[in-house]
Design a protein around this ligand. Structure first.
Ligand SMILES: Nc1ncnc2c1ncn2[C@@H]1O[C@H](COP(=O)(O)OP(=O)(O)O)[C@@H](O)[C@H]1O
Ligand SMILES: [Mg+2]
Length: 369
């Protein structure tokens, strides 16, 4: 099972830099998601690893084999890189039935007829397309075609599987089911998965590690919960999580026992277990909605701007000194519009960002005075 290593990989289209000096080490059995907004270079990165796009600079190694090196001119063809693909624009063979589309790759690999039948049946069942087995692609909906394409790619049990937004044409329910199946498949299969998505929830729930990019530049490469709790900068903090993190401008004054933060008429003492240096008095506090709680004895007095109960949890837009702050509380509650409420800040994962560099300076707790 190979590991994949990218060293100083860049891709330019004329003067436009699509991927900029990317260093990435994908361990065997990892489930990596390449995440970021449209146009940030995800597909280009995947295509470079696969050998479908030639990097302008850098080196790519799969297992112990250098598959691309700009300096020595090594460039191994995609077919010799031992990888399975599943791209957004899948192309099924129009003149073959669903069965034959899935079986085709296995026949090429000279599998025995009985093994092919068993494997195709297994894939049909997993992707819930048994009833379409004798149909041709033109007789299927987009979502059904996509499921056939997934089945076809997974059938030969590839060691490294590349997927580029494979669930984008499916409806929400099926997408959620397929996520469950993909995660299951990853642990059952022993394969390394590299998965492109612009959907932060998909990346959060599937990946062992997220590679978050913006404008061709790697922003953070960490497990999902680290990306969520300890975002490297404002871009990452804002991109991951829904509702998004609250960003609140504050004035910081260092004290003996912490840093006093002054924001929206609130004074609160910030304490961190790690040492950190402030660049100046201006900072941006990053507070996840679940850490801005609503409780009877809360020390912040505010009002409820609007309340969105979703059953299991409720999102409340809290009105505090002219700003709106998102709060998520467990359970269903329904505040009246402009009803006075009391809030507090909890937990040890409050972020402090530098407004100039946008980098996270510190993480810690914030107790309202
Ligand atoms: N063949 C190409 N020629 C010129 N520009 C390209 C080409 N392929 C991709 N790009 C540009 O490179 C950037 C990254 O593209 P891509 O990797 O497809 O982004 P993503 O998959 O993250 O949406 C985009 O701005 C895109 O327009
Ligand atoms: Mg893409």
């Amino acid at each position: 099972m190979p590991e994949i290593r990218l060293e100083h990989v860049s891709k330019r289209f004329d003067k436009f830099v699509a991927v900029d000096d990317l260093n990435l080490h994908i361990n065997e059995h990892d489930f990596i998601t390449l995440l970021g907004p449209s146009g940030c270079g995800k597909t280009t990165t995947l295509r470079m690893i696969a050998g479908l796009e030639t990097p302008t600079e850098g080196r790519i190694t799969i297992g112990d084999k250098v598959v691309f090196d700009a300096e020595t001119g090594v460039n191994i063809s995609p077919a010799k890189r031992d990888i399975g693909f599943l791209f957004q624009n899948y192309a099924l063979w129009p003149h073959m039935t669903v069965y034959d589309n899935i079986a085709f790759g296995l026949e090429n690999l000279k599998w025995k007829k009985d093994d092919i039948k068993a494997r195709v049946d297994e894939m049909l069942k997993m992707l819930k397309i048994e009833e379409f087995v004798a149909r041709y692609p033109a007789e299927l909906s987009g979502g059904q075609q996509q499921r056939v394409a997934i089945a076809r790619t997974l059938a030969p049990k590839p060691q490294v599987l590349f997927m580029d937004e494979p669930l984008s044409n499916l409806d929400a329910k099926l997408r959620s089911e397929m996520r469950t199946e993909l995660k299951r498949l990853h642990s059952d299969s022993n394969s390394t998965f590299v998965y492109v998505t612009h959907d932060q929830l998909e990346a959060m729930t599937l990946a062992t590690k997220i590679c978050l990019m913006e404008k061709g530049v790697l922003q953070q490469y960490d497990p999902p919960l680290t990306v969520y709790a300890k975002p490297a900068n404002l871009f990452v903090a804002d991109f991951v999580g829904n509702p998004t993190m609250n960003f609140i401008k504050a004035k910081a004054t260092p004290q003996n026992d912490g840093v006093m933060m002054d924001f929206l008429g609130v004074k609160a003492l910030f304490k961190s277990k790690e040492s950190f240096a402030l660049e100046g008095p201006d900072v941006i506090l990053g507070i996840r909605p679940e850490f801005f709680t609503i409780c009877e004895d809360g020390r912040i007095h505010a009002t409820a701007y609007s309340t969105l109960p979703a059953g299991m949890e409720t999102t409340v837009k809290v009105h505090l000194n002219g700003e709106l702050i998102s709060s998520v509380v467990f359970g269903a509650i329904d505040f009246k519009v402009d009803q006075p409420i009391r809030c507090d800040i909890v937990g040890g994962e409050i972020c402090v960002f530098d407004p100039k560099s946008t980098k996270r300076l510190a993480i810690g707790s914030l107790s309202v005075c």
